[in-house]
Every structure is written in C-alpha cells, then in structure tokens.
Design a protein around this ligand. Structure first.
Ligand code: QAP
Ligand code: CO
Length: 168
C-alpha cells in the first residue's frame, strides 16, 4: 500500500492525455489500490491516474457518505442522457482550496471496465455524474478551472504558484 503524491495545477503534466489500459494484471490492480488509498486519505471523492502522474485511463471514485462504495473506472466512455445541465460547485485534489461552479450534463451513461477487465454500464445523475465527467476530463488533460473565466483561472494559478514557491 502506498500514498502517491498528487500533481497540482498549473503542473504541465496535468495536461497529458492518458493512454487506454490494455493489460489487466497485478500491477494495474496494485495501482488501483494505491489510488483508492491516496483518494480516501486526502480525503477526496474522485481521483484520476493523471493526477498521480500515471498516464493511463484509470479513475477511482467513491461518492458514498460512508466511503464504502468504491467504483473502478477504466477506459471510460460517457454519453449524456439529457440536454439538462446541472450547476455544481466543484473542487479538485489538484487545485486544493478552491471551489467554483461548473455546468455539465446532469444524467449520463458510463461504459467502462473494472480492474479485472470486465465491462459494465451504469447510468448516473447528480454528484456521481458530475464526478465521472470531472475525472474523465483529467484523462484528457482538462481541469475544472478550464471552465472558469480567464480572470478566475489566473487568480487561482497565481495563488497556487505562490504556495508552491513557499513550499520549496
Ligand atoms: C471531483 O474532487 C469533484 O480543494 C473530486 O483542499 C469534486 O475529491 C467532483 C479536495 C466536487 C464533483 C464535485 C479538494 C480535497 C477533494 C480540495 C475531490 C481540498 C481537499 C476534491
Ligand atoms: Co480533479
């Protein structure tokens, strides 16, 4: 078991587009375990492999109250089920301390694989739907701050850069 360091905005490695997973082996399953440990420790409700500098299409999610409903999302494909959107305040382990409203489709269908390579489909709404879309964005090198105005995004960037300088 291991806690993995999380990349923080504006680290350019967060812009990497992740590769599909092709081998469902013990190494993959260990990575998934470490991602859950890192996510629960943070604590967070979602983590994409991009955020721990592993550029494969792997996501861990648990939006449950009791943190007992882990969802492994590998090679995800998502389709919106309605034109309706939802405005929700989002945060991100890679943008610590900042929360802003983002608008996204509020019902989706997810098709993905689990850590054994088994394919599944589920329909999601509300927080789970938002979280899945937020995490898939990471695999495509996107962050929730990309949906904000340049002014807000630059303010967040400056504040985090200052914090990172103080940390060194
Ligand atoms: C993505 O985010 C998400 O700023 C998951 O200081 C968030 O787990 C989807 C976190 C909200 C939908 C709605 C953020 C932890 C965790 C922070 C997270 C922080 C500590 C974020
Ligand atoms: Co995030």
């Amino acid at each position: 078991m291991a806690l993995l360091p999380i990349l923080e905005f504006p680290d350019p490695r967060l812009r990497t587009v992740a590769e599909p997973v092709t081998e469902f082996n013990d190494e993959l399953r260990q990575l998934v375990k470490d991602m859950f440990e890192t996510m629960y420790d943070a604590p967070g409700i979602g983590l994409a492999a991009t955020q721990i500098n592993a550029h494969q299409r792997i996501i861990t999610i648990d939006v449950s109250e009791d943190k007992d409903q882990p969802l492994v999302v590998i090679n995800p494909q998502v389709e919106p089920l309605t034109d309706e959107t939802e405005k929700m305040q989002e945060g991100c382990l890679s943008v610590p301390g900042f929360y802003e409203d983002v608008v996204r489709p509020n019902r989706i269908r997810l098709t993905a694989q689990n850590e054994k390579g088994e394919e599944y489909t589920l329909e999601a709404d509300d927080l789970l739907a938002v979280c899945i879309q937020h995490e898939i964005d990471h695999l495509d090198g996107k962050l929730f701050v990309d949906y904000l105005s340049p002014l807000k995004r630059n303010r967040i960037r400056s504040k985090l850069e200052k914090l990172h300088r103080q940390r060194v």
